[in-house]
Design a binder for this molecule. Structure first.
Ligand SMILES: O=C(O)C(=O)C[C@]1(C(=O)O)C=C[C@@H](O)C=C1
Length: 359
């Protein structure tokens, strides 16, 4: 058999497998459609991250036992897209993200809701909380913290003013590019970007003599790409996707100072997850102004065997509040007791599948 015949034969085998996959996927979608009808009657939540995780865990285990060629990331990538399409068949729901199109939050949203969902770009974090409250969107995606810049205050403020629930967390590696129509660095006279992106690329700008040019902060790195695409002698610090969106040539990739620049995002909605066995809970805590109150509060968690993974203080209207993450679900027995004891000081923001140890 010639190489060409061999390739033809293998492609025939692939075609047969693809036909079977398509048939199985459609069979799956017929069942998903029935699940959607059941949930429509019972009012059950369409998105169940706990169930999705259980499916991926099960498939990963089977795959390992069979020594399959797919690794966990590949299984996850394939099935997250299948789940996203399934959810759309059950009930198409709008997903609001902190825009514009091509923003890092948009990328985080797509990593969870796939390419087929209906996305709405919203220009502020407050706007996302507002549209969730008015039910114009079912899900909202907002940044909560970045490894270089810390907690996002607008998101904490949103939690203090609205009752949206965290239903999932997503981690995204943040990479910046320098994109410009200029052929040489020396032709760049101004750079557009978001203020925090300038901060994250400070060393690159200094090393390449770009700290001398005009650094112009704008609302988003996507807007920066749009402006730089239309203005000679300018550049943008933006995401790869934003540069592509405006056909802006990329001069340098990965220009961020820290190569582990990460942002954690929350997916917000109006329902509560069931326990998954691997959960995290986020709370806001507003303690009375008394000596030793924080120590006693934290000791109660410790004495109940609850592992705190994050505590950050935040000022709201002159008052110090704490944003706390801990391992466990709000309905776990030990967690329930502590939350009950301190219920007048605590606002539970949500329990969700733990995807991230820390950033
Ligand atoms: O099991 C469910 O509740 C479903 O709606 C089905 C399904 C799936 O495709 O398997 C879809 C959406 C949920 O997020 C979880 C799982």
């Amino acid at each position: 058999m010639t190489n060409e015949d061999g390739l033809l034969e293998l492609r025939n085998q692939l075609d047969n497998i693809d036909n079977k996959l398509l048939e199985l996927l459609n069979e799956r979608m017929n069942i998903v459609h029935k699940v959607g009808s059941l949930k429509a009657k019972s009012g059950g939540a369409i998105y169940r991250p706990d169930r999705e995780k259980a499916i991926i865990d099960r498939l990963d285990k089977i795959n390992q036992a069979q020594s399959g060629l797919l690794n966990r990331s590949a299984i996850e990538a394939l099935f997250l897209e299948i789940f996203a399409i399934s959810r759309n068949i059950e009930l198409p729901e709008n997903i609001g993200y902190l825009g514009p199109q091509g923003s890092f939050t948009h990328q985080a949203a797509e990593s969870r809701f796939g390419a087929m969902s209906s996305y709405i770009s919203i220009s502020s974090i407050k706007g996302i909380f507002k549209e969730l409250a008015s039910k114009k969107i079912k899900f909202g995606v907002v940044p909560i913290e970045n490894s270089s810049n810390g907690i996002v205050n607008d998101t904490i403020n949103g939690f203090t003013n609205y009752d949206s629930k965290i239903v999932a967390e997503v981690l995204l590696n943040i990479h910046h590019t320098l994109a410009t129509t200029c052929d040489k660095i020396s032709d760049i006279k101004k750079i557009y970007s978001k203020d925090i992106a300038f901060d994250q690329c400070r060393r690159f700008l200094t090393n390449f003599g770009l700290d001398e040019v005009d650094l112009i902060p704008v609302e988003s790195t996507t807007k920066a790409a749009k402006l730089a695409a239309n203005e000679p002698n300018s550049a943008a610090i933006c995401a790869h996707v934003a540069a592509k969106l405006y056909n802006l040539p990329i001069l340098f990739e990965n220009i961020e100072d820290k190569d582990n620049n990460k942002t954690r995002f929350f997916i917000l909605s109006d329902f509560e997850n069931a326990q998954s066995g691997n959960d995290k809970t986020s709370i806001l805590v507003n303690l009375p102004d008394e000596q030793g109150v924080l120590v006693r509060f934290l000791n109660d968690f410790n004495n109940s065997g609850i592992n705190l993974t994050k505590i950050k203080s935040h000022i709201v209207e002159g008052n110090s509040i704490f944003f706390i993450d801990f391992d466990g679900h709000k309905d776990d027995d030990n967690v329930k007791k502590v939350l009950e004891k301190h219920k007048s000081s605590i606002k539970v923001l949500g329990s969700y599948v733990k995807e991230i140890s820390d950033i």
